[in-house]
Design a protein around this ligand. Sequence first.
Ligand code: ADP
Ligand code: X2W
Length: 295
Amino acid sequence: MTLSENEQQARLLVQALPYMQKYENKTIVVKYGGHAMGDAELGHAFASDVALLKQSGVNPIVVHGGGPQIGSMLKRMNIESKFEGGLRVTDQATVEIVEMVLAGSINKEIVALINQTGEWAIGLCGKDGNMVFAEKAKKTVIDPDSNIERILDLGFVGEVVNVDTTLLDLLAKSEMIPVIAPVAPGNDGHTYNINADTFAGAIAGALRATRLLFLTDVPGVLDKHGELIKELSVSQARELIADGTISGGMIPKVETCIEAIEAGVEGVVILNGKVKHAVLLEILTKGGAGTLIVR
Ligand SMILES: Nc1ncnc2c1ncn2[C@@H]1O[C@H](COP(=O)(O)OP(=O)(O)O)[C@@H](O)[C@H]1O
Ligand SMILES: CC(=O)N[C@@H](CCC(=O)OP(=O)(O)O)C(=O)O
């Protein structure tokens, strides 16, 4: 016997109930990466997922990136840009563009998309409400030729040194959904450009979030045969980095996941932001959608 369309829809809605109960009043930080943006339909689907979570009693917080969008604006302005160790070398002219693109246009685009659903979003960056403070990143790399460790001077690239959750705690009790750009001040008065994954990890850690979701452009962490790994412990994740299965941009992402879990986040999920409604499928369905990393 085949189920009528009505019955199928009703079943789906009923199946979401235990997950709505599980996440009621819990904080879910969603990192929305620049590669997952750009498609209008996907953008609307993302905004409606976040809106639905808020409406069902969850406390969603969006942290967004915008690497490719910063890249195109720098190109339009004829400012050269390069990456070292996965981070954008950021001089004064670059940090001004980074702040303009991240805390300006991209932030407000996401806010507008969520507001169009009838929910209320508020656009912020680390500067608002003294939320995040940064200091100059102290990143080192091993020179492959000499095998000697060298310190990278990345200019105004920052590392998060403090998160004050006063504003976010206040917003959690309100109708507002925070949408945060990864830009923060330093005690030295400079503005710092922070990798959006790292920034999302720091926010989730400070809030002891129940879930931290990373929306990227692959289904999750893949094994040696390219198959999706549904669940990983911190130690298994470390082994996959050590044996080279996890490489490139996935290394800092998984390292951020590990740090977030060690800071008190219950579980981190890496999933494909190019799949429509990826957030809802992950949070409100049985199968989940990507790779769950837990302690
Ligand atoms: N084991 C792995 N599983 C999945 N992706 C991997 C793995 N190892 C390396 N990668 C690479 O990591 C990329 C995701 O990292 P990154 O490009 O930094 O994401 P984003 O720009 O979304 O933050 C994937 O597109 C893939 O090329
Ligand atoms: C220091 C550093 O590299 N900052 C990033 C911030 C944006 C970002 O991380 O965006 P995605 O998540 O889309 O990659 C940058 O300038 O590109």
